[in-house]
Design a binder for this molecule. Sequence first.
Ligand code: ASP
Length: 595
Amino acid sequence: MNSIYRTQYCGTLTKKHIGEKVVLSGWVSKIRDKGFLLWIDLRDREGIVQLVFDGKHTPQGLLERARNLQREFVIQIEGTVVEREAKNPKISTGDIEIVVTAMTILNESKTPPFTIEENTDGGEELRMQYRYLDIRRVPIKENLLFRHKLTMEVRKFLSDVGFIEVETPYLIKSTPEGAEDFIVPSRVDKGMFYALPQSPQTFKQLLMVGGMDKYFQIVKCFRDEDFRADRQPEFTQIDCEMSFVNQEEVLSQFEALLKHLLKTLKGIEIVDAIPRISYADAMDNYGSDKPDIRFDMQLKDITDIAQGRGFNLFDTQEYVGGIVIPNGAEYSRKQIDELIDWVKRPQVGAKGMIWVKFTGKGVTSSINKYFEPFEEKDFSIWREKTGAKDGDLVLILVGPKEQTQTQLGVLRMEMGRRLVLRNPEEFAPLWVVDFPLFSKDEETNHFHAMHHPFTAPKEEDMSLLKSAPEKVKASAYDLVLNGHEIGGGSIRIHRKKLQQEVFKLLGFTPEEAQSQFGFLMDAFQYGAPPHGGIALGLDRLVALLCGKESIRDFIAFPKNNSGRDTMIKAPSFVEESQIKKRGLVITEINDEAEE
Ligand code: ASP
């Protein structure tokens, strides 16, 4: 290492350097003062090494100067690597220490607002406010390092199989694509706005029209959505598009990428093909379009056996379904009541829950409490249909089909968590395919694109487009990992006529379609090739591969739950002149916003 500041990184020193003279620079992590002897843990990006200042080898006065150091001071030292008497097997440099012969203080530091340690005493808000100090902590540093390794592997892999990284613009035209756009006022063209891309979707399609054949980009996307826990207004995608491919080819290419990442970064080899499930089966069996298949506990539809016995609650609803909790018959009344309260929370939204216990000595249930429509022999059919065993508990929800399945799906995930069935070290990827092209808003009767408006209908459903649009399936697919959607994509429409037809079904007038997406449809008239692609959520993928569910600690400078950056204080008010120059007038401000 050719630097005046250091001969190597602190964290890279080992026994083989014993006897060498070294120059190191870093932060004072810890000081232990024994009077005649003083130890310092010196930290840099690669780790920690122990420095010793002793009365014997350390020059006169140096021990005293070292005694005045404080945590997070930046120092440069010269010294000799020696073998440690008391070794520390917990750190990679634990066999050695550095006897210091010279020291320069490069910068002082105020006392940090929280300890720069693995288990810090700093709360989330404080850590975000001083994120640069937080990044010095090992867990955050490791996360960023892992993210770097992953992006490098992605770039290498995709480049090796012929993808070209192309940048697309961030200042674009606002188009309705699902979420709300972030918009940027133009100074030159007053009254006009750019939008920040929700994704480079139309540009990557235009690159295919441009003959780029295989494109990728590790790219920021912006969505001005209401903030939910763990959602970031700006996030990163591994965005890809390919020409002259069908769905099968896209799936196989990105299956190979995921397997490559699991192998190189986690040492996990998945030999079998990633399983596939249709959207309909995912909803029926897991109550989710992103099932966590690390555990079973599938939804059981018991509508047909529950109905027709005079039990009004069942007879009047579209769907009766349940999940089986292994050994749940042991649950006390109190535990079950707590679960009932849990499903009634607004986040789940069930009105109540019915339970049936198969105790081995018979059946107890919440149905037969007031009323006995079901006999022992009925319950034995229930038992057969649900696969419950002696000792199991069946939890049952009723209501409109999709809504109830979704509620059961949420309950299933919660039970999976409570019963520790979701092992973060296990990786269970899954393709979800055969999505409907449209979803229908029951209130307005409007169709929405389930993926996005550029998604192609399945070839075999093309004839249904006019007669029964709700039945048309899309050539769309999601890649799911451990209950999270880590990517989604589709084969695209590449002919103007079909694109116009889909826009029409989505409620666009021909003029609206032309004004919003004319550039794309015009391009389709100049020999657009068949094409399709996918985008993977990089932040989520990195977090999941590290066994974590929260993406925030895998982003160097994330926004908080209200979409704010509390360190740089964004968003912020701007100078009146900046507003004027853009021809804008502010009519309302957020009273709660603090600068
Ligand atoms: N642009 C899409 C998205 O961001 C992904 C794709 O269809 O490739 O979800």
